[in-house]
Design a protein around this ligand. Structure first.
Ligand code: AHM
Ligand code: MG
Length: 356
C-alpha cells in the first residue's frame, strides 16, 4: 500500500476519544477556560470506575439491597451507594464543582473547601438509575445535568443554585451500562455519543451528531399501571395499538424499566417514553432535576420533544424542590405531539362533563 493510501486509511479509522473531543469542542466557546471541559472529563472518569463495578457486580458483594431507604422511600441498593460516592468524589476532584444534588441524598451536598467554593458549576445527578434492574443483569444508567451557579463564587453553594429551570443547563448527559457502555452528552450544540472500548479503557466517538427520527415504532410505558392512567394516555395507547398503514401502526411496546435504556433506544430508533401521573404518583414518578431535565435537554438537541403531556415544556418548569417529580412525555417530536393531542382532548371532554 502506498504511503498516502496508508495515511488515508489511518485517518478514516481515526478514533476520537471523549477527552480529545471535549477539548476540540472547547474551542467553539470563545471565552472557555477549560473548566467545563475538566468537569466533563471527570464525569467520564467516574463513569469508567462505576462501569467496572457494574460489570463485576455478580462477582463481589455489592449486589442487593443495603438495607437503608433513600429519600424517596425506596430501598437503596449497594451499587447505588457506590456510584453516588464515585461521582461525588470525581466531581469534587475536578475543582470546578461547588456542590451536587443527587437522588441518593436528601439535601444538597456542598463541597466546603476553598478550591471548591471557587467552582462555577453545580451538578444534579441520578448516579444509578433503574436500580431495580441491577440484581437481574439488565441495563442501568447514570444521568447528570450541569448548571452555572447563581450564588457568588468564593462562597458555599446554595439551594437556589440547584433550583434552576432546565433551559439554564450548560451541559447534560447519561451513561448507559448496557450490552456496551455508552456516554451521551450535550453542551447545547448537538448530541454526541461515545462507546467505551474496554481494550483501551477509553470512551470513543461512536454516535456523532445524534438526531432522533421524527416518528418511530416504539412506545415505552409501564402498562401494568394502565387502570390508573389518565384517560388521554389510555386512548393514546389504544391508538398505538391500532393498525394504520400510513402511520406504520401498530407500534411495539418496549419497556425496560430503566429510563436511560428506554430513552437511548427510542433516541436511536424513534419512539416515545411516557411516565404519566398515576395513583400513588400524582406528579408522575420521575424527578425533574436529575432525570427529566437532562434527558429533555438531550432530546431537544436531537430534534425531539419533552413535555408534561399538557403542552408544558419540561425545561421551562421552575423547580421548587430538589426531588420534585413531573409527568414525563419524551421522544420523537410527532409522537409526543400526538400524545399531547389525546391528553388535551380528554381533559376538555372531562371538563365539559363536569360543567354539565
Ligand atoms: P430509580 O431512579 O429509583 O431507579 O427509578 C427510576 C426508574 C426509571 O429508570 C424507570 O423509567 C422507572 O423508574 C420505572 O418505574 P416503574 O417500575 O414504576 O415502571
Ligand atoms: Mg432514577
Amino acid at each position: 500500500m502506498s504511503t498516502e493510501k496508508n495515511y488515508r486509511e489511518q485517518v478514516k479509522h481515526r478514533v476520537t476519544t471523549l477527552n480529545e473531543f471535549i477539548i476540540e469542542r472547547q474551542n467553539e466557546f470563545p471565552y472557555a477556560k477549560g473548566e467545563l471541559s475538566r468537569l466533563l472529563s471527570h464525569i467520564g472518569l467516574a463513569a469508567k470506575i462505576v462501569n467496572r463495578e457494574v460489570n463485576k457486580a455478580g462477582l463481589v458483594d455489592i449486589l442487593g439491597e443495603i438495607g437503608a431507604v433513600n429519600v424517596q422511600g425506596e430501598s437503596v441498593k449497594k451499587l447505588d451507594v457506590f456510584a453516588d460516592e464515585k461521582f461525588i468524589n470525581a466531581l469534587q476532584a475536578s475543582s470546578e464543582c461547588c456542590g451536587i444534588a443527587s437522588e441518593e441524598n436528601k439535601d444538597i451536598v456542598i463541597f466546603d473547601t476553598e478550591v471548591a467554593k471557587k467552582g462555577k458549576y453545580i451538578v444534579t445527578m441520578d448516579p444509578l438509575d433503574g436500580s431495580s434492574n441491577i440484581d437481574v443483569n439488565v441495563s442501568i444508567g447514570t444521568v447528570f445535568s450541569i448548571y452555572r451557579r447563581i450564588s457568588q463564587t468564593g462562597h458555599k453553594a446554595e439551594l437556589q443554585d440547584f433550583l434552576q429551570e432546565g433551559t439554564r443547563q450548560v451541559a447534560a448527559g447519561y451513561i448507559l451500562y448496557g450490552s456496551s457502555t455508552v456516554l451521551v452528552y450535550t453542551t447545547g450544540r448537538g448530541v454526541n455519543g461515545f462507546t467505551l472500548d474496554p481494550s483501551i479503557g477509553e470512551f470513543c466517538l461512536s454516535h456523532p451528531n445524534m438526531k432522533v427520527p421524527d416518528s418511530g415504532q416504539f412506545y415505552s410505558i409501564n402498562e401494568g399501571n394502565y387502570v390508573h392512567f389518565p384517560l388521554g394516555v389510555k386512548r393514546y395507547i389504544k391508538y398505538c395499538q391500532v393498525y394504520d398503514k400510513q402511520t406504520n401502526r401498530p407500534y411495539s411496546t418496549r419497556y425496560i424499566g430503566s429510563l436511560v435504556a428506554d430513552f437511548h433506544r427510542n433516541m436511536l430508533k424513534g419512539g416515545i417514553f411516557i411516565y404519566p401521573a398515576i395513583e400513588g404518583y400524582p406528579n408522575g414518578k420521575l424527578r425533574l432535576l436529575y432525570e427529566c431535565n437532562p434527558i429533555a435537554f438531550l432530546i431537544e438537541q436531537a430534534g425531539g420533544k419533552a413535555s408534561d403531556g399538557m403542552d408544558k415544556r419540561i425545561m421551562d418548569i421552575i423547580p421548587t424542590s430538589l426531588h420534585q417529580r413531573v409527568p414525563f412525555f419524551i421522544g420523537s417530536r410527532s409522537m409526543v405531539e400526538t400524545a399531547e393531542t389525546f391528553m388535551r382532548e380528554a381533559e376538555e371532554e372531562e371538563k365539559n362533563k363536569k360543567s354539565i
